[in-house]
Design a protein. Structure first.
Length: 177
């Protein structure tokens, strides 16, 4: 009898958990971050990047792109707060505001990044890198796709440590060529 009651309450708890997870917005559910296909540290100067720092940068940078894609698709600037600071966050917030005002959004499918670290400050407070990103971008109005394109874009990236992670302070697209 006691076993039947425990089984009943376990089934109820499992059902409630399933309903809660099913009701979460997509950004709350775990989604695989984009791939950092290559991470080149050979040009880092004036100091070498430690292996644990390199791992953290790769993880945090991939997560930042995941947050950026979600923010652009959902027109939610608050999704940038965890991974972006300073000028990068301000610039992206303004882009999202412009999308909202025009009833537009962007769906970004991220096919990966090739990151090359060029500078690591002597005090460990700044990393500058270049990133070549392979992206597929759909421009949408509501649920309707207005256009789409596959792009290979290059960026200058400046990362700084904050709290327990590296945050993107500058994400500046470079002109083609």
């Amino acid at each position: 009898m006691k076993s039947d009651r425990n089984s009943f309450w376990l089934a109820v708890a499992a059902l409630i958990l399933l309903l809660v997870v099913a009701s979460l917005p997509p950004t709350v559910l775990a989604v695989e971050p984009p791939a950092v296909q290559s991470f080149d540290l050979t040009s880092a100067a004036p100091r070498a990047v430690e292996p644990t720092t390199a791992d953290a940068i790769q993880r945090n940078y991939a997560h930042a792109w995941q947050s950026l894609a979600s923010a652009l698709e959902q027109n939610r600037a608050d999704l940038l707060n965890e991974d972006f600071v300073g000028g990068a966050r301000t610039q992206l917030q303004e882009a999202i505001r412009a999308q909202q005002q025009n009833g537009l959004s962007r769906h970004v499918t991220d096919h990966g990044h090739k990151v090359r670290v060029n500078f690591y400050s002597p005090d460990g407070s700044t990393i500058q890198a270049t990133d070549t990103a392979d992206l597929e971008i759909e421009y949408r109005e509501g649920n309707r796709v207005l256009s789409s394109e596959r792009v290979r874009a290059s960026y200058i990236v400046l990362l700084t440590p904050a709290e327990n992670s590296w945050k993107v302070r500058v994400l500046q697209e470079l002109p083609p060529g």
